[in-house]
Every structure is written in C-alpha cells, then in structure tokens.
Design a protein around this ligand. Structure first.
Ligand SMILES: Nc1ncnc2c1ncn2[C@@H]1O[C@H](COP(=O)(O)OP(=O)(O)OP(=O)(O)O)[C@@H](O)[C@H]1O
Ligand SMILES: [Mg+2]
Length: 236
C-alpha cells in the first residue's frame, strides 16, 4: 500500500478550477519530483495535501486513512510537513526560534532535533541567534527545511527549494536530501529545474494546466516526452 495515494483530485480557488483529476502515488521511502511550468498547479497540489486549501473529500489517502478534508494542523500532526514556496520564516524570530516552531505542530519520533538540524546545516548553528531576515536566501531556505524536519515528518513536501538561489547554494541544499531520506522521510519535491528533478527523484510527475501529463522513472523519460508534457506538444 502506498504511503500517500491521490486519486482524481480537483481543486478550486473560488470559481477558478486549478486541478482537474490529479492522480499521484508516493511509496514509503520514495522521493518523487513534480515539475511543470508556472501556474501548472504544483503548489496547489501540495497545499491540497497539507490541508491549506479545501478540497472535496475522498481523494487523498495517507497511511490508509482519508485526509482530504482535514485542516492543516491535523495533517501536520499525522506526520506530513511542508516547506512552503517562498520559505515563509517569521521575520522577528531568530533562526533557532523559527526552527523550534516546527516542533510545536508535532514532535514525532525520529532523529530530528535542533542539534541534528545544525549538524545537517552547520551555518545555521553559527547564525542561530540572528533574525531570519538577516540570512541569505539559501540560509533562509535551510531554516525552512529544518523547521519542517523538526516535526519528524514521515512525508516532507518541498515547494521549489532552489528558486532564486545560486547553483552552488542549490547544490548545498540538495546535498541534504540523501540524509533526510536516510532518516526515513518520504519526499515530494516541486522543482522547476528539470535536470535537478531528474537527479534527485525516483519518479517524476510532470503537470500542465492542472493535470498530470507524464509520469515515470527518470531513466524511462525521454527529453522529447518531457518537453511535450511540460510545454504542450503543439509548442514544439
Ligand atoms: N490564491 C489563489 N487564488 C486564485 N487563483 C490562484 C491562487 N493560487 C494559485 N492560483 C491559480 O491556480 C493555478 C495554479 O497555481 P499554482 O500556484 O498551483 O501553480 P504552480 O505550478 O505552483 O506555479 P509556480 O511555478 O508559478 O509556483 C494558476 O492558474 C494560478 O494563477
Ligand atoms: Mg508554485
């Protein structure tokens, strides 16, 4: 049985329909990547899983139970944590306070403590008393990931962790993922850099205009297929 199973998921913002019957599976221990152009519905998918937007019930199963109608705090409590688009740190709080916030939603069993997060991202220990706003973009992203890990999630949802960061910083951030996996988390990564997505993921989902247009293991996907699924066949 899959850890997370999404079937026929739709999502709306008012009258605007953003998802049209999305199917997706995340198996225990797996890392999957979701790629797609701006507005494809990637963030809406993650917001639906994490309970931040309301969806029709009956389309999201996690660990054998239906969670599609649960509010966000309950979803966190069950072990699904999100690293949101844009990082969303609390600007008046220090690095350490921002990290500790992640523990309040859930302090599940697992290896992730303040010390473990500092071991993963040593620069955060040096800067632990600095306000979140005094950090570089890459350091802020590390705090956002660390904050999510502090709940010891079984599922980690990451929305565009590399956006706007220099390649060397992106490399540092992605270097953390093998350790996050090894600690037992199953991971969903949203990534606009297709090369990065293919490198990190066991399976990739491509979305376009609110639908999944392609899915498979990286080695099974051709550049042509990805291009067509990402931009639409007619634009080639
Ligand atoms: N709060 C909102 N209110 C109304 N429409 C929204 C809202 N958020 C997103 N949308 C619309 O829903 C669609 C999907 O947006 P979403 O943010 O999920 O895309 P995305 O794939 O994450 O894009 P990006 O790569 O730009 O982050 C887009 O057409 C977007 O304009
Ligand atoms: Mg988005």
């Amino acid at each position: 049985m899959a850890l997370l199973e999404i079937q026929g998921l739709t999502a709306f913002y008012g009258d605007f329909q953003a998802l049209f019957g999305v199917d997706m599976t995340l198996n225990e221990g797996e890392t999957i990547a979701v790629i797609g152009a701006n507005g494809a519905g990637k963030s809406t998918l993650l917001r639906s899983i994490s309970g931040l937007i309301r969806n029709a019930p009956g389309h999201i199963r996690y660990d054998g139970r239906e969670i599609g109608a649960l509010p966000a705090p309950d979803v966190v409590q069950l072990g699904i944590a999100m690293v949101p688009e844009g990082r969303r740190l609390f600007p008046s709080l220090s690095v350490e306070e921002n990290l500790l916030i992640g523990k309040y939603g859930r302090s599940g069993n697992g290896i992730w403590t303040l010390d473990a997060v500092y071991d993963l991202f040593p620069v955060l220990k040096e800067r632990r008393h600095s306000p979140g706003t005094a950090l570089s973009g890459g350091q802020q992203q590390m705090v956002a990931i660390g904050r999510a890990l502090m709940s010891n999630p079984r599922v980690l949802l990451c929305d565009e962790v590399s956006l706007g960061l220099a390649p060397v910083v992106v490399r540092d951030i992605y270097a953390a993922f093998p350790r996050i996996r090894a600690a037992g988390a199953s991971i969903v990564i949203i990534e606009q850099d297709i090369g990065q997505a293919l490198k990190v993921a066991d399976r990739v989902y491509c979305m376009m205009e609110g639908r999944v247009t392609l899915t498979g293991a990286p080695a099974a996907l051709s550049r042509e297929d990805i291009h067509a699924a990402y931009f639409g066949a007619h634009t080639q």
